[in-house]
Design a protein around this ligand. Structure first.
Ligand SMILES: [Fe+2]
Length: 284
């Protein structure tokens, strides 16, 4: 019996050392997305679910990796901080300001921003002050809003969807309100349409609405990934979620779900390295 307990203890010891090291690393995933609407290449970097995580000194490792991609735009579909940890707001703010020195940054709320923004909680006041500073830093915040821009001769419309907090209820899959995207964002136009939408559970609706490219996060890759199968569990405790991580194509529409860069509550990543995503939009 003592031998078994000893072996378990040693295994646990090595597991914690391994996870400690694993959580300090991220990898770069590259995608190429073709479209008739793209005339000249556009380079995007997506950062999802940073959750106030730090790589190196003050995130210098992360910023250098972003800089190396020479992005035209940096796109962030939510959860830069942990809503209950006000200390993480400062890390998120610093990340926003450093990223804005590299390229224009477009952001839409994840559940960690929506919660203090729309629900009275102890962190609400701190959140509103933080959000104000982020806006002043020149970050384009798109919560059920859009901006049309020209990038390398291409007309691009960037939308941000902020869905209802009920859509993050644990143990339940609440459908999006009927015509939610049409009502909040209108109909898509002829530009290349990019949608920032934190929760990937509604990937089919995002594509059906008309987003040429949708960027999601939220799942953190499912904490544990089973090789050949995918994510074990979603943040809503759905087992083996269909839209877990990676690329999903719906005809000529694409959804890319990042595995995220940070963690919170359960600091676990097994076969699920944190991820910085680089996307090249290229002409067909
Ligand atoms: Fe989230």
């Amino acid at each position: 019996m003592e031998i078994v307990i000893g072996i378990c203890f040693i295994c646990l010891f090595f597991y914690f050392i391994w996870q400690y090291q694993e959580l300090k690393k991220f990898e770069l995933t590259k995608y190429e997305v073709c479209s008739d609407k793209i005339k000249n290449e556009v380079r995007l970097v997506m950062i999802s679910d940073l959750h106030g995580h730090v790589y190196g000194k003050d995130n210098d490792i992360l910023f250098e990796a972003v800089r190396e991609q020479k992005p035209d735009l940096i796109l962030i579909p939510g959860d830069m901080m942990v809503s209950k940890k006000v200390k993480s707001y400062e890390i998120a703010y610093h990340a926003f300001t450093e990223l804005a020195k590299i390229a224009p940054v477009y952001f839409s709320n994840g559940n960690h921003e929506s919660r203090p923004a729309h629900k009275k909680m102890p962190a609400t006041e701190a959140f509103l002050a933080y959000e104000k500073r982020v806006k002043h830093a020149g970050i384009h915040i798109l919560n059920n809003a859009s901006e049309k821009i020209r990038v390398n001769g291409n007309e691009i419309c960037i939308y941000g969807a902020e869905i209802d907090l009920s859509c993050y209820t644990k143990g339940k899959m609440i459908p999006l309100k009927e015509n939610f995207l049409e009502n909040e964002l209108g109909q898509v136009g002829d530009a290349y349409n990019i949608l920032l939408a934190h929760n990937p559970a509604y990937s089919e609706q995002y594509a059906a609405w008309g987003a040429d490219l949708t960027l999601c996060g939220h799942n953190h890759g499912g904490l544990v990934r089973i090789p050949g199968i995918g994510s074990l569990i979603s943040p809503q405790f759905q087992l083996f979620p269909k839209y877990d991580a990676g690329r999903f194509d719906f005809g000529d529409k694409t959804v890319i779900i990042g595995r995220g860069l940070g963690t919170h509550t359960f600091h676990i990543r097994i076969f699920n390295r944190a991820e910085l995503v680089s996307i090249h939009l290229v002409p067909n």
